[in-house]
Design a protein around this ligand. Structure first.
Ligand code: PMP
Length: 317
């Protein structure tokens, strides 16, 4: 299927992506009041199967984001959202790594920012999606002069469209200054996260990541690493406040996120991280994570939703 006849889920139906359009008077377009998720599905050539990574966890977070933004009046349950996603993938039938972008948005056409008396709906599309950082062995990163949105301004734990203006400003300045990415601090000067990814540090053989109260989006990938560290890797892992200067003396640093996957950082504010190459723990986690996503680690197969499995059983019947 080409992008021209790709389907989207829009206004309760599967429709051609080119027909899934909203008005310039849409509330969420005018005020950034939609919330969204970024989910990955991985193609396994070996198993002739597509695996959606931690589908339910993404929708659990989306339902939380929706609650914060008064978007909870939709008629779809967690199970419905998972089922629609699998159905959309089955209809589009990709055989390549794919990004799934569901959103919940306000449908009313009216001027005025308030969220009440404004019904919500769900939409969703899929696009082919390869590596976010193409072919880079490690990233050169700056600490941004922009600060992360505060919980009492725009809560970062909700994936709110409007908050991504903050992300865009930080990311653009980093790219224009010749860096690959940035780390954004909270207003009080502590480490928050990357532009669209969480950050981990390795110090003396221990993994350390920022706590959930540091104005971060609590990443599904971050949680995956914390769980893998405890259940599989045997590496101690701690969530706590991190100072900016701790980044400069870390043995290893890496980003994690659905888009970025695991992305080692080799330079921070012009200082080499460790030896200035991707460190052994970051590299090991990166390799393991991809194997998990492609269905090559039975122990973590419960994190994957196979897309074509029930179609194959139907054909066999
Ligand atoms: N922080 C922000 C601001 C993000 O946009 C993302 C990407 N969704 C993440 C962290 C990482 O979250 P996840 O691992 O769930 O993709």
């Amino acid at each position: 299927m080409t992008q021209d006849n790709t389907l989207a889920f829009f206004q309760g139906d599967f429709v051609p992506l080119k027909d899934a359009n909203i008005s310039i008077m849409n509330h969420s377009f005018m005020y950034g009041t939609a919330v969204f998720e970024g989910i990955r599905a991985y193609w396994s050539e070996k198993n002739n199967e597509m695996y959606v990574f931690r589908l339910r966890e993404h929708y659990e977070r989306m339902l939380d984001s929706m609650k914060i933004m008064y978007l909870s009046d939709i008629k779809y349950s967690l199970d419905d959202l998972c089922r629609i996603t699998v159905e959309l993938l089955q209809k589009n039938a990709p055989k390549t790594d794919t990004y799934i972008r569901p959103a919940a948005y306000k449908t009313v056409h009216r001027v005025g920012p308030s969220l009440d008396n404004n019904p919500s709906d769900i939409c969703m599309f899929t696009v082919p999606f390869g590596d976010y950082f193409h072919g880079q062995a490690g990233l050169k990163v700056q600490v941004s002069s922009w600060r992360r949105v505060e919980d009492n301004a725009i809560p970062a734990r909700a994936k709110i469209v409007g908050a991504y203006a903050n992300t865009s400003l930080a990311k653009t300045d980093a790219l224009m200054a010749g860096f690959d990415e940035c780390i954004v601090l909270s207003e009080d000067g502590h480490v928050s996260e990357g532009s669209a990814m969480n950050v981990f540090m390795v110090k003396n053989g221990k993994l350390i990541t920022t706590s959930s109260t540091e104005n971060i989006l609590e990443g599904v990938t971050r949680r995956t690493i914390i769980e893998m560290a405890a259940q599989d890797l045997g590496i101690p892992c701690e969530s706590r406040q991190i100072d900016r200067s701790e980044l400069y003396i870390a043995d290893e640093l890496f980003f994690c996120g659905t888009g970025a996957q695991i992305a080692p950082i080799i330079e921070i504010d012009k200082r080499p991280v460790g030896t200035g190459t991707a460190g052994p723990i970051s590299t090991m986690i990166k390799d393991k994570y991809i194997k998990v996503c492609r269905g090559e680690v039975p122990k973590f197969a419960h994190w994957l939703t196979p897309v074509y499995a029930d179609l194959k059983t139907e054909i066999k019947k």
